[in-house]
Write a protein that binds this ligand. Structure first.
Ligand code: KG4
Ligand code: ZN
Length: 339
């Protein structure tokens, strides 16, 4: 079965062709990051306008690269939410039009669950699983008894204010780094740590570290950094970046190991853009090894952590529910526990 998947929930325009739920025949992503760098962040209008002009070329490229025509496509999957309404509409309306014209079923996909399925590409993680989605807009810990189409899904906790990626991005901005700052902050931090392996990483608070639940809070960290920079205006920015990264990673690792100890799932599935973070990938691996549980840790390949359509197609394959195009609508407020 070949699924054409479309993803336009934030500032990326993605199209992919996925064969039998595990083989990526193509995965094309166009980004409008260069435009947002000029304004220091995403302006939803700008993102949607760019997506409107990119969506057809991106789909064409995905089909050409996969060497398929519309006759080889069995279904179309599309992200319906959560996300920016203008951006979502571009993908959803395009997918509906293709579904109507090509007479193919349409599968609506939750963007957050989609992220989790980056772990199912060329892999079959076992259930029950705990998934942690750490992205630019969300920090959600969820329990999955099985694939959500047939099994229970429960939200264990989420951020009370800023998401993990949002914290990286906002603090990067305080440090004067251009948008998107998260990966740049991480890169600075890694270089600093390579040159200063002995540095003590305890400058900033670890919010909700000992709260014994699965909630997160990162806005206090942002304030702490702002105050620090005010008091130490000539601070070494790489040093600050390393401290920030360590604070965010420590909290995520602590909550993840707590979830493993409490639920003892067969798998732990890390997902979302922040899952691309080197320190997080490494430290989570060590901690899970150290607690000696039998849970298997899964982390997607770095290039599949950030927004793309491949995992949307994989999620659609495992949660196959064909709809008529007439029944599909964008839903910017969709939560992770809604399929
Ligand atoms: O999942 P994603 O691509 O988009 C959303 O659905 O939000 O996540 C983007 C987020 C951004 O906040 C970005 O700064 C963060 O992921 N991110 C990182 C890294 N790469 C991307 N944060 C920390 N370290 C990274 N290497
Ligand atoms: Zn995302």
């Amino acid at each position: 079965m070949n699924i054409l998947a479309i993803e336009t929930s934030c500032d990326e325009t993605g199209a992919a062709v996925i064969k039998n739920g595990n083989t990526i025949l193509s995965n094309v992503v166009a980004t409008s990051q260069a435009l947002h760098a000029k304004t220091g962040g995403i302006i939803p209008e700008t993102a949607a306008r760019q997506q409107l002009s990119s969506i057809h070329p991106v789909i064409d490229e995905a089909m050409t690269f996969a060497q398929v025509t519309k006759n080889d496509i069995d279904a179309i999957a599309v992200t319906i939410g959560p996300g920016l309404i203008g951006s979502l509409l571009v993908g959803v309306e395009t997918a509906k039009t293709l579904s109507y014209l090509w007479k193919k079923p349409l599968i609506p996909v939750n963007h957050l669950l989609g992220h989790v399925y980056a772990n199912f590409i060329n892999n079959s993680p076992k259930f029950p699983a705990i998934a942690l989605v750490v992205s630019g807009g969300h920090t959600d810990m969820i329990y999955l008894e099985g694939h959500p189409i047939t099994a229970k899904v429960k939200l264990l906790g989420s951020t009370q204010d800023d998401a993990a990626g949002e914290a990286f991005d906002k603090i990067a901005r305080l440090l004067g780094l251009p948008y998107p700052g998260g990966p740049k902050l991480a890169q600075m931090a890694d270089v600093y740590l390579k040159n200063n392996p002995q540095v003590k990483l305890d400058l900033f608070p670890r919010p909700l570290f000992n709260s014994n639940d699965f909630n997160f809070s990162f806005s206090g960290l942002k304030t702490a950094v702002r105050n620090y920079l005010k008091n130490v205006p000539d601070a070494d920015k790489s040093f600050v970046a390393a401290q920030v990264q360590a604070a965010v990673v420590d909290v995520i690792v602590k909550k993840s190991t707590f979830a493993l100890e409490k639920y003892r799932p067969s798998s732990f599935l890390l997902a979302g853009g922040v899952a691309a973070n080197n320190m997080l990938r490494k430290n989570l691996g060590y901690s899970i090894e150290n607690i000696g549980r039998s849970s298997q840790l899964h982390i997607p390949l770095v290039n599949l952590c950030t927004d793309n359509a491949a995992y949307i197609g994989v999620c659609a394959f495992y949660n196959y529910r064909p709809y008529s195009w007439k029944k599909i609508a964008a839903n910017p407020e969709l939560t992770i526990v809604e399929l």
